[in-house]
Design a protein around this ligand. Structure first.
Ligand code: GDP
Length: 626
């Protein structure tokens, strides 16, 4: 990984203070200088060499200035904007961020376009079916496809496809006849992950399938949590209703406990009883999806360059890198020059979900495209550019951004090292998709303990890599993976380096493990466990060697080897060890409630007749983070 040299907060502050100090007696000149400062535009990150070329300041001067601020950099090292700005200031130039990334501008333009109501047209809803395993998700998707995707289109599709559209030709209700719904069928919580133009999840509506004979299960709850987190409306499909042990009301009751109250019960959630197996209720479900989508007034502008999001990608022997992209806004056309994440290319082929070649794809269409250089990542944004040069540059900037986030996270961390408290569980989280990651982060942030905390050092999407292990090793962190794999090389590396990688498929199990690990880190609670108490009846001895008093055990017992407190009017006068214990003049190991005893303690305890004594032991109790 390429290192980005970056001033730490302290270095930046010191550098600024030094400058203030240097210019203390000449504020006016400084003001004048500021006015005349030459402006230099630079991107978010750049090499020292590039900075020198753009600013026309000799490399040596830049390196020297960096060195003054505590950074040892070479000509090919990368620095970030903030650092360049501070150094630039010292060198008499004003540094401005030029790469107000084209991608950002594009997104802004989408927003602007969307503001232009006239151009907006209704678009199909993007729907994801989710639920606990075996509750019938696949069966429902198949059923919808069988009944509503024309044979000519669906013919030949045998392999799993992660997105498709149904057009409701065979439906009775006139209002929704011929309308289209886009389904995405991605594993895990992909549907929540990638962001649409301005913050919403990739999916518009979640159909939560719950088997009526099984009820709400852990994954059902997980879907509800994620949907809530991402503010995606849920329509519940209560499935398998034709089974004799189906209990729709029970499911509704369980869902109500999760704050999903059905409309019939005065709530807001649409719940449709269905049988994915025999098709009962499925058309009503589709109708409800469209009703919900009408309520949401889903619109996009087809007359603008496309913005899309990657929902799948793979390498094809003949065609090269292929990306399955959901068009979010605009229309994608054959020949468009696109940037997708850190790759780019010219769209040579567009196929619809049925592998039919098409020339253009309007909003909410899932398409497979060929022509890009490398496989993009899930969630990468597709943007159309006017020239190959611009697309390439945008991809390059993105590549760098990937690098810088990691480095700066690590950097911030090592700064924090100094303030590190012992009871900080450091973790690195990797998840299958952005949505899972966000959900995990939220749940982890809710883990609270007065004596310890969980710190997410680094986060990311995709398999655990060797660089994760390196980071974990460096800062003594545990790696948590959610619905992902670890690369073999990373695993071996982790084994060698003694780095823990913990992989989970169920969010609650992962969270429980984080809690357990944090609990293990916390020092035990020291508590006084009361064994018994009683009254002092007589003082037998009180001299330099110690004190022996007679007392009656009123509750519990007195056991030799433990601790004792002397109380007067409930206030502690003294505490210490029980040195000796006698029962009827004989040495005893313990004396029970109701019996009298002689207790020997250290001198100067100042015990008086009538005082209370309390026998206790110190126990360590393991802390449990809830
Ligand atoms: P998934 O894991 O959620 O994708 O569940 P599947 O669609 O694979 O379904 C799991 C099992 O439930 C399969 O054996 C299906 O045949 C069965 N199943 C799905 N829907 C229904 C239904 O409506 N009625 C009945 N009786 N069985 C169903």
């Amino acid at each position: 990984m390429k290192k980005v040299k970056k001033l730490t907060k302290n270095q930046a502050r010191d550098s600024r203070n030094q400058r203030r100090f240097d210019n203390f007696d000449k504020p006016k000149e400084e003001d004048n200088k500021d006015v005349q400062k030459r402006k230099v535009e630079i991107p978010n990150v750049l090499t020292v060499k590039e900075f020198s070329e753009t600013s026309q300041i000799p490399v040596a001067e830049i390196i020297a200035e960096l060195f003054k601020s505590g950074i040892l950099a070479t000509i090919n090292d990368t620095i970030d904007f903030e650092t360049a700005a501070i150094i630039g200031d010292d060198l008499g130039i004003e540094v401005i961020l030029s790469d107000k990334k084209e991608s950002d501008q594009k997104i802004e333009s989408v927003v602007e376009t969307e503001g232009n109501q006239k151009k907006l047209k209704p678009r199909p809803p993007v729907v994801t079916i989710m639920g606990h395993v075996d509750h019938g998700k696949t069966t429902l998707l198949d059923k919808i496809r069988q009944s509503h995707v024309a044979d000519s289109e669906s013919g030949g599709i045998t392999q799993h496809i992660s997105a498709y559209q149904v057009t409701l030709n065979n439906i009775k209700h006139k209002e929704i006849k011929n309308r289209t719904i886009t389904f995405i069928d991605t594993p895990g919580h992909a549907a929540f992950s990638a962001l649409r133009g301005h913050g919403a999840a990739i999916t518009d509506i979640v159909v939560l399938i719950v088997a009526a004979n099984d009820g709400v299960m852990p994954q059902t709850i997980e879907v509800i949590e994620q949907a809530k987190l991402n503010k995606v409306p849920i329509i519940v499909a209560i499935n398998k209703i034709e089974l004799p042990d189906a209990n729709i009301d029970k499911v509704k009751k369980q869902l109500a406990e999760q704050d999903l109250v059905s409309e019939e019960w005065g709530g807001k959630t649409i719940m449709v009883p269905i049988s994915a197996k025999n098709g009962q209720g499925v058309d009503e479900l589709l109708e409800m999806i469209l009703l919900q989508s009408d309520l949401m007034d889903l619109k996009a502008n087809p007359d603008t360059p496309a913005v899309g999001v990657v929902i799948d990608s793979h390498m094809h022997k003949g065609a090269g890198a292929l990306a399955l992209v959901l068009i979010d806004n605009g229309t994608l056309r054959k020949g468009d020059i696109v940037q997708i994440g850190s790759t780019w290319g010219r769209v040579r082929i567009i196929e619809n979900f049925a592998h039919k070649s098409i020339d253009e794809a309007p909003p909410a269409t899932p398409v497979r495209i060929a022509g890009i250089r490398q496989m993009p990542d899930f969630g990468d944004k597709l943007l159309v550019f006017g020239s190959e040069k611009d697309a390439r540059e945008a991809a390059r900037v993105n590549q760098r951004k990937v690098g810088i986030t990691n480095i700066s996270t690590a950097k911030r961390l090592s700064e924090k090292d100094e303030e590190k408290v012992a009871e900080e569980l450091r973790i690195i989280i990797k998840a299958d998709v952005r949505g899972s990651l966000e959900a995990l982060k939220k749940m982890i942030s809710e883990i609270k303990s007065s004596d310890g905390s969980v710190k997410i050092i680094s986060e990311g999407i995709g398999a655990v890599s060797e660089s994760d292990v390196t980071l974990a090793k460096a800062i003594d962190a545990t790696i948590y993976g959610f619905r992902i794999k670890e690369l073999i090389a990373a695993k071996n590396f982790a084994d060698n380096e003694d780095v823990k990688i913990k992989l989970y498929d169920v969010i609650y199990e992962l969270i429980d493990d984080v809690k357990k690990e944090l609990s293990d880190l916390l020092p035990p609670l020291i508590i006084e466990q009361e064994l018994g108490h009683g009254k002092v009846l007589a003082i037998f001895r009180d001299d330099k060697k110690g004190m022996v008093f007679g007392g009656k055990v009123e509750d519990g017992k007195v056991v030799i080897g433990n601790k004792i407190k002397i109380l007067q009017d409930k206030n502690e006068k003294w505490h210490g060890d029980i040195i000796s214990l006698r029962k009827e003049k004989n040495e005893a190991k313990e004396v029970e409630s109701g019996q009298e005893c002689g207790i020997g303690i250290a001198a100067f305890a100042n015990v008086a007749v009538g005082d209370e004594f309390l026998v206790y032991k110190i126990v360590e109790e393991k802390r449990v983070v809830e």
